[in-house]
Design a protein around this ligand. Structure first.
Ligand SMILES: [Zn+2]
Length: 469
């Protein structure tokens, strides 16, 4: 009906594309792949009617191979991109694949929350423009993160690369896993990063509005997310490891038993022992002798500066990216990856207006959360007034402007005297373009920027901090 000579249109909600490609793989029937390709190529030429939010809402504004970033409805965009990667791989279409890699890069760099979540608009459940990432009531639909995982996973299979595994991990820990309640009976549809008012519990036995629900709810008026989480968790094992002609790659860390055969017939049996992310030690036990060398590759997350790998007692640094061990493994061999999961502060890109001057606390792959119930003493129940403890000095020395109540209950002292109220701002000397050399945001990279926005007190470059009265 929608094939050549049929209805020249596409479904407004991309989703059938990856299904058709997968169905072609399973059945071996090319007509399903042909149809997936037709849908991918047809979209973006104005085949759907224009609407108030524009054709970008259903990615009918720009052809897939001409687009440079994901836009419009975040779930639809992610599913379409996933299906397009399938088509590109099956057709060996390098041009299409390159376009999708560019879209992934720009989306991950400019339109993705720290949690991996995507979609900052409530109105159309859509991506915002570059750097539009307000944490307040961020939409970040659960399904959008699952779509992001589907897109990243296909690019990982197509060309490898730790960055895809990094984004999958970020989404799994900070959106998919946290969307469900501990009991698994209530869910977040929108995964906001900052809620200024306490949420209201959903009424039992009623469907909840998806966008305005403020706490996890048993069911929603549109119920895509809960079964999508169930589907993703049920298929979680598939995201752990891959094989290629060289050997085996571990992408996600969890207790696991991996049994497979490499292309040359080498049997590989590994048991992964780990408490990750509670601790950062991933211990891989080799259970089979190998007659010929093969390569075990481990992902080292981008945040894991200082990681180490230990192979049969010999230790080496493992910088972020991947670390590989090649040998004719013997049963009993042990490879350990030590990832530093010490809590760390993270500042957003200074181009994100909504979080300038804010810090997030991360630990390993997890973005930590402050809840008002934890902060009654520290902040008088005002989350907006919470800052890091003076003694932790997350900013370079001397940059802390001082709060009268840092939440440490008097156990710390400010590193230097500072104002006890008000906010601070940074100014450059007139006519002397400068940046703070130790700025945690720009890292001193933007030498032409007069205001680096970090609120720092560095004097070396002519910046100073002033009270705003
Ligand atoms: Zn959903």
């Amino acid at each position: 009906m929608f094939g050549p000579g049929g209805i020249e249109s596409v479904c407004g909600h991309a989703e059938i594309e990856p299904a058709l490609a997968e169905f072609a793989r399973v059945t071996g029937e090319q007509r399903y792949l042909d149809q997936a390709e037709l849908f991918v190529e047809r979209r973006g030429h104005g085949v759907l009617r224009d609407i108030a939010w524009g054709r970008a809402y259903y990615q009918d504004d720009v052809p897939v191979r001409a687009a440079t970033v994901l836009r419009g409805h975040a779930v639809r965009a992610g599913y379409l991109a996933a299906g397009a990667v399938d088509v590109a791989v099956e057709r060996s279409d390098r041009g299409l694949l390159a376009a999708l890699v560019t879209q992934w890069e720009n989306t991950a760099a400019r339109r993705t929350y720290l949690t991996g979540g995507v979609g900052s608009h409530h109105q159309d459940e859509a991506f915002g423009e570059d750097w539009v990432l307000p944490p307040d009531r961020a939409y970040s639909e659960t399904c959008a993160s699952i779509a992001s995982i589907m897109f990243s996973w296909r690019l990982l299979l197509a060309q490898g690369g730790a960055r895809y595994g990094d984004l999958i991990e970020r989404n799994l820990f900070n959106v998919v896993a946290t969307s469900a309640s501990d009991a698994g009976t209530a869910f977040f549809y929108a995964n906001t990063l900052h809620q200024r008012r306490p949420g209201a519990p959903a009424a039992d036995g009623e469907v909840s509005p998806r966008a305005s629900a403020s706490l996890r709810a048993p069911w929603f008026e549109v119920s895509c997310c809960p079964p999508n989480v169930a589907r993703t968790l049920a298929s979680l094992a598939a995201y752990v490891a891959t094989v290629d002609d060289e050997g085996l790659q571990l992408h996600q860390y969890a207790p696991a038993a991996v049994r497979t055969t490499l292309a040359d017939g080498t049997a590989v049996a590994l048991d992964v022992e780990t408490g990750y992310p509670r601790d950062g030690v991933v211990r891989v036990h080799v259970r089979e002798d190998a007659a010929a060398p093969w390569t075990l590759t481990l992902r080292v997350p981008a945040w894991a500066e200082g990681a180490r790998i230990v192979v049969d007692g010999a230790e080496e640094p493992a910088p972020p990216g991947t670390v590989a061990v090649r040998r004719a493994f013997r049963a009993g061999a042990v490879v350990e990856l030590h990832l530093p999961v010490t809590p760390r502060f993270t500042a957003g890109d200074p181009r994100i207006d909504a979080v300038r001057g804010c810090l997030a606390v991360e630990r390993g792959p997890e973005v930590l959360c402050l809840e008002s119930v934890d902060l009654l003493v520290a902040s008088g129940d005002r989350l907006d007034d919470v800052g890091p403890c003076c003694s932790t000095r997350p900013w370079p020395r001397g940059t802390w402007t001082g709060r009268s109540s840092c939440g440490c209950a008097g156990r710390c002292r400010p590193s230097r005297p500072g104002p006890t109220a008000g906010r601070a701002r940074t100014r450059g000397r007139r006519g002397s373009p400068s940046t703070c050399r130790s700025c945690p945001i720009t890292g001193g990279a933007n030498a032409a920027r007069r205001r680096c926005g970090c609120g720092c007190r560095s004097r070396a470059d002519g910046q100073r901090t002033e009270r705003i009265r």
